[in-house]
Design a binder for this molecule. Structure first.
Ligand code: F6R
Length: 241
């Protein structure tokens, strides 16, 4: 595990965008695993700038997002599909058919999850996975005590996750209580992983993830076993290390 300590959110975002851009330069048909939430917003802005200024080419890139809220249509402004188009896809030259996000409105969830897994496999697997981390140690929406062996599945969100994500909704009642998420096993299959964290709310989870024991109570702790993990953290997030 490589730990890159940076000063603040700005630097974390710049470093992460440069790592992503480098991946795409080295392998123009890269398969990228992408995250949503507050953490990567600025990284996506930096990546758009790199595309505009340096001509980073996304025409052959494929993407798979970690998760989507269950019950939200892709046109809903709170959906992760909407987030991805708003923050990244609309501003770069990626082909729509190369972008993948679980369908939160799928009628048959197990078929949706199985076909998401199949699509990742058929694309050749994820070359580089971007992750954030929940204050409760979740990655994707794999909440504490979820199974390490799980692949893409429907998850029940923890009360603490619903509370943390309420800031993106008008009221807490609007936050979906379930999501479709890549499983821990899906995430671990990525060739490389970059986990980003900023702010003191993530400090305890990071400490447990990096130096605690590997346990489903801290889903991110399983990343200790990944062969190519880079963690980019700002001072506040790294304050307990
Ligand atoms: C997002 C995701 C989540 C977030 C995590 C942190 O696609 O899978 O694991 O990365 O909840 O969220 P923020 O960045 O909003 O603190």
């Amino acid at each position: 595990m490589k730990i890159v300590k940076v000063a603040d959110y700005e630097e974390m975002s710049r470093v992460a965008a440069e790592l992503l851009a480098e991946q795409v330069k080295q392998k123009p048909d890269s398969v990228l695993g992408l995250a949503t939430g507050g953490t990567p917003v600025r990284m996506y802005q930096e990546l758009v700038e790199l595309h505009q200024k340096e001509g980073i080419d996304f025409s052959e890139v494929k993407t798979f997002n970690l998760d989507e809220y269950y019950g939200l249509d892709k046109n809903n402004e709170q959906s992760y599909a909407y987030y991805m188009w708003d923050n990244l896809f609309s501003h770069i030259n990626i082909k729509e058919e190369n972008t993948h996000i679980p369908n939160g409105k799928a009628k048959d969830i197990s078929t949706e999850c199985a076909s998401y897994e199949r699509a990742i496999r058929e694309a050749g697997g994820v070359d580089l996975q971007i992750l954030g981390i929940g204050a409760n140690g979740h990655i994707g929406f794999n909440e504490p005590d979820d199974n390490f062996e799980a692949v893409t599945h429907l998850v029940e969100l923890e009360e603490s996750t619903i509370e943390a994500n309420a800031r993106f909704f008008e009221s807490i009642e609007e936050v979906p209580t379930k999501a479709i998420s890549m499983g821990i096993k899906t995430i671990l299959n990525a060739e490389k992983i970059i986990l980003l964290a900023n702010g003191e709310s993530k400090a305890k989870a990071l400490q447990e993830m990096i130096s605690g024991k590997i346990t489903p109570e801290v889903p991110a702790s399983i990343l200790q076993l990944h062969k190519d993990l880079t963690i980019v953290i700002d001072q506040e997030a790294g304050s307990c290390l």
